[in-house]
Design a protein around this ligand. Structure first.
Ligand SMILES: [Cu+2]
Length: 291
């Protein structure tokens, strides 16, 4: 007696759903859309801004970093969205363990190679960018990354002390000012030092962060851009009124800077003789000689 033929099941002949391929396709599509959007729209508003060439360079660096991690973020978003929407168990279903995970050599190799390439690329890119005129960082007394082909550079000494910043301009007779003024479109060497404890000169819109240590001349190079004001503050806990060490600095047109510094020299004249002689750095102990 022959068996009774059973009707074909509706799923017979269908390919099983390839979830992995779906996730990869969705990831690639989302990455192709999101990465340029991040670079074009998010990049320009990333910190620190455009007050100096170095700050502008840091915005570009931050844009490259953010665009590089965008596909990684897209993968996480797609993976979680797909998993949560596709493999969600119906409320009445009993909790059940999933199938065991098996080793997958291809994915492991791909993961190691991809992450290694991304990390090495970012390390190389970061090193190259740091060596471009120091990228605004304090380089100590003997800078390694010196801007090439710069013939004129304005020296400005930034002095931290509990709890204020002052500035000296050695090319203008060592005049000391209460506010930081810089001329626009000018290369500036910021010589950061301290009279007492460790401070840190942080003018983020300039792209500058440099430790201020007593007895040390910590040099950071920047080329200013157009006129603008910028915040500066201490970024090293330096005592009771550390939080009070903030000021507003100004990048002004060169002619305005010239008249401002002449005015400062006039104001400074009656007290100039009481100022210590300009030196590259100073020590808290008056018995020790400044450098
Ligand atoms: Cu401080």
């Amino acid at each position: 007696m022959s068996a009774i033929p059973t009707p074909a099941s509706p799923s017979a002949g269908r390919q099983p759903i390839n979830h992995g391929r779906r996730v990869v396709v969705a990831w690639i599509v989302l990455s192709i859309i999101a990465t340029p959007l991040v670079a074009i729209f998010l990049g320009p508003i990333l910190p620190p801004g455009n007050a100096t060439e170095q700050a502008h360079g840091q915005v570009i660096d931050n844009t490259v970093l953010t665009a590089t991690i965008t596909p990684v973020l897209c993968l996480l978003v797609v993976f979680f969205a797909y998993t949560l929407s596709t493999f969600r168990a119906a409320p009445a279903t009993a909790l059940e363990d999933g199938p065991p995970l098996r080793n997958h050599n291809g994915i492991q190799v791909l993961w190691v190679v991809l992450t290694t390439v991304v990390v090495l690329f970012l390390a190389g890119f970061g090193t190259y960018e740091l060596l471009q005129d120091g990228a605004g960082g304090g380089q100590g007394p003997s800078p390694v990354a010196v801007p090439a082909g710069v013939h004129r550079m304005l020296q400005v000494q930034v002095i931290g002390q509990q709890w204020n910043w002052t500035y000296r301009y050695p090319s203008y007779g060592g005049v000391e000012t209460q506010v930081l003024y810089l001329p626009a479109d000018t290369w500036v060497a910021l010589n950061v030092t301290s009279l007492d404890v460790v401070h840190s000169f942080w003018a983020y819109k300039l792209g500058v962060k440099a430790d201020a240590n007593p007895g040390v001349d910590n040099i950071a190079y920047v080329k200013t851009r157009g006129p603008m004001s910028f915040d500066l503050r201490c970024a090293e806990l330096c005592g009771l009124w550390h939080g009070y060490m903030y000021q507003t600095g100004h990048i002004v047109p060169q002619s305005q800077f010239a008249s401002w510094i002449r005015q400062q020299q006039r104001l400074d004249q009656p007290v100039a003789k009481y100022l210590p002689k300009y030196a590259r750095f100073y020590y808290p102990d008056p018995q020790r000689r400044a450098g």
